[in-house]
Structures are given as structure tokens and as C-alpha cells.
Design a binder for this molecule. Structure first.
Ligand code: PLP
Length: 395
């Protein structure tokens, strides 16, 4: 008999009741150190007092009015995002997938307006993850996501991640846009080197193609800059944001330059819930905290601490781990071919620590940006114990 909850997830047998910072407590009272942060969503940890206050204050005033009316919170958060980034304008969604949908529509409208509606090819990368809608799975092209769901939305061209020659050959005057995660999350914490990001920007400038960054996972302070592409010193034309920006409240956004967004006039796009007052109150508070002086310096400092601890684990358990990769507090422990990343994740459960599997046999660490040095020390101890168990089990 089919379960009453549609069984599309492989869930761990854990149920949490409440949280505090980087800690989660199960319904039966066990405390877990959370290095997954709801897959990079709980950017400020669980139950951050300022976010609870922002949400509950707004909840007592107004939940929803619809986009038939002005929503002052949208103006405030859009202003803050425009002020802090390359963007001239922002549209609010409830998720990363919805941000992908608008990004694709924006690209198509852009070329339509330019009198080249046939220019629809969007280049994407193997291992990419942009969400689970029909357009988002077509963008990824991965068999495990698209299998059985055809016919797929046309227009996506998939090329190998970080292959310069394939890329140079693929970007032509037929290319409408290049869509890429500066750091692949689901794809296994694969960092696109700054040089490649710069090369992409140049190739897009040469052909007029739009450059679209998916910073749903790597954005909002995760790498130690507000957005990951800032490390490379270049900017996109369009950017998808979600996950961390809502700190756990469903919120996403598409940021764009004036030129890229020019076709998106009244009536061309909308959302019932997107940009509702609750999401705006929380999002504005997250932005305020992450952009406050010194916050990202602390992220960078703690990222160094965590990374050093992980490098130590690799040195102590070379049979289990092959290396560390990633940036800031978006890190991956690459497992040796003889060790399954899922076994490390499960051993972590036995030692009350939560980490997240990713492709390429990687164990992903995406802690709250507010994780403390003490918690990092505990995390390394528990991961060490988990690695010992995995080794004992015959890795
Ligand atoms: C999670 C994710 C998405 C999809 O976001 P949802 O909020 O799950 O729709 C898109 N892109 C990237 C890079 C992601 O990590």
C-alpha cells in the first residue's frame, strides 16, 4: 500500500522536535550537531532569536495580501539586494526551482525582444542541479532526474563541467545563455575555478549570450563573500538565489541587470505567494545580519578552522577520505572509492552528527554560518569517530 506521504524521499529514521543554533533535538531527546543546516538553508542556524522576532512580529500584523498591492517589505529587501550586488532589480519566489523558471523565461524574453526568438539554446553543465520542475530537470539533463518524464523542454545543451575546450566550442551566436552554479552543490561540491568563471564572462560578452548564475546553494555568505562569484571579480546578468536567503522560511529570488530584465513587463510573470510579507520580514533580517560589518570575516575565519580540521581527518583516515574540496563553509569530504559516502553519513548518525551526501561520493558539510569554534571542534571529533566506525566495518 502506498504510504500516505508520497514516498519520493529516502529519509533517515530521525525526527526533530526543536533546534538551537547548530544543534537539533530529536522527538526522543537526543541532541545532534547539524552540519547540513537543512541543505544550506538554515544559514543562521536554528531558532535565531532575531529571525524568530522578525517572523513573529510580522505574523501578528499581516501574512498575505497578494501582489495586487504594494508590499513594502519587497521594496526594502529588493533595495538591499540591489545595493549589495550587481543587480538592478529583483523578483521574489518561494524556492530555487521557481527562480530557475523565471531565469529561463527572462532569457527567452530577452532574445525575443531583441528580434531573435530562435535564439533559445541555454548551455548547462553535467552534474548541475537547478531544481525539480520540468524545465529544471531538462536543464540538468541527468538521467536519474529526467527518466520517465519526457518529453523534455527543448533548448538545453549539456557540456562537461569545467571543460574549457568543450565550452569554447559550445558558445556560439546561437547561445542564448550559459547557466551555471559557481560551485556545484548536489553535483559534489565541485568548484568552478575563478579563471573559468572569468573565461565564461568573456565568452558571453563576445557572443552576447547572457550569463546566469545559480547561487541557490553557494550564495548568501556561504563561501565567505555575499555571493560566490564575487571571488572571481566578475558579475552575471541574471542570478538565482534561494535556500540561505530565507534562513529556513521559503524564499527565493531572481536578481538581474536592467538590460537582462527589460522584457519582463507587467503581466509577464507572477506568483501568488512570492514576496509575501512573512518571507520579506525574515529575508530582510537575514540580509541585515549577513551584510553587517565583520560577519563574513567571521565566516572566512571559521571556514579556515573547519577546513583545517577536515584536512586533519583526511590525514588520519586516508583509507576513508581522499581529500577536502569546496570554499568557505561549503565543503566536501571526498570518500575513497572503497568507502560509500552514505556509510559515513550513517555512521555520523550513530555519533549524533548530521552531514549530507552529494554526488561523486562526497560527504557535504554546509553548517550554519553562525557555527561556533567549539561546535567545529566537536564536529571534527564526531566525524573522526564516524570515520573509525566506517574503517572498522571494512573500508
Ligand atoms: C536546492 C537547489 C535548487 C532548487 O531549489 P528548491 O528551493 O529546492 O526549489 C536549485 N539550484 C541549486 C544550486 C540548489 O542547490
Amino acid at each position: 500500500m502506498i504510504p500516505s506521504v508520497l514516498p519520493t524521499y529516502n529519509r533517515a529514521p530521525l525526527s526533530f522536535d526543536h533546534g538551537d543554533g547548530s544543534w537539533l533535538v530529536t522527538t526522543d531527546g537526543r541532541r545532534f550537531l547539524d552540519l547540513g543546516a537543512g541543505i544550506a538553508v538554515n544559514a543562521l542556524g536554528h531558532a535565531h532569536p532575531a529571525l524568530v522576532e522578525a517572523l513573529t512580529t510580522q505574523a501578528a500584523k499581516l501574512w498575505h495580501v497578494s501582489n495586487l498591492y504594494n508590499i513594502p517589505g519587497q521594496q526594502a529587501l529588493a533595495d538591499a539586494l540591489v545595493e549589495a550586488t550587481f543587480a538592478d532589480t529583483a523578483f521574489f519566489t518561494n524556492s530555487g526551482t521557481e527562480a530557475l523558471e523565471l531565469a529561463v523565461k527572462m532569457v527567452r524574453k530577452y532574445w525575443h525582444q531583441k528580434g531573435a526568438p530562435e535564439r533559445i539554446e541555454i548551455i548547462t553543465f553535467e552534474g548541475a542541479f537547478h531544481g525539480r520542475s520540468t524545465a529544471a530537470i531538462a536543464a540538468s539533463g541527468a538521467e536519474k532526474m529526467v527518466g520517465g518524464f519526457g518529453p523534455l523542454m527543448p533548448g538545453f545543451v549539456h557540456i562537461p563541467f569545467g571543460d574549457h575546450d568543450a565550452l569554447s566550442a559550445a558558445i556560439t551566436d546561437k547561445t542564448a545563455a550559459v547557466l551555471i552554479e559557481p560551485i556545484q552543490g548536489e553535483g559534489g561540491i565541485r568548484v568552478l575555478p575563478d579563471q573559468c568563471l572569468k573565461g565564461l564572462r568573456d565568452a558571453c560578452d563576445e557572443t552576447g549570450a547572457l550569463l546566469v548564475f545559480d547561487e541557490v546553494q553557494c550564495g548568501m555568505g556561504r563561501t565567505g563573500k555575499l555571493f560566490a562569484h564575487e571571488w572571481a571579480g566578475i558579475t552575471p546578468d541574471i542570478m538565482m538565489v534561494a535556500k540561505g536567503i530565507g534562513g529556513g522560511f521559503p524564499l527565493g529570488a531572481v536578481l538581474a541587470t536592467e538590460a537582462a530584465a527589460a522584457g519582463m513587463t507587467a503581466g509577464t510573470h507572477g506568483s501568488t505567494y512570492g514576496g509575501n510579507p512573512l518571507a520579506m520580514a525574515v529575508g530582510a533580517k537575514v540580509m541585515e545580519i549577513v551584510t553587517a560589518p565583520g560577519f563574513l570575516d567571521e565566516v572566512n575565519r571559521k571556514a579556515g578552522h573547519l577546513r583545517q580540521g577536515l584536512e586533519g581527518l583526511v590525514a588520519v583516515h586516508p583509507e576513508v577520505f581522499a581529500g577536502v574540496r569546496g570554499a568557505g563553509l561549503m565543503l566536501g569530504l571526498v570518500c575513497q572509492p572503497g568507502t560509500a559516502n552514505l556509510d559515513v553519513v550513517k555512521a555520523g548518525y550513530d555519533h549524533n552528527i548530521l552531514v549530507v551526501p552529494a554526488a561523486e561520493n562526497v560527504v557535504r558539510l554546509l553548517p550554519a554560518l553562525t557555527i561556533t569554534d567549539d561546535d567545529i571542534t566537536i564536529a571534527i571529533e564526531r566525524l573522526d569517530a564516524a570515520a573509525r566506525d566506517v574503517k572498522g566495518a571494512g573500508a
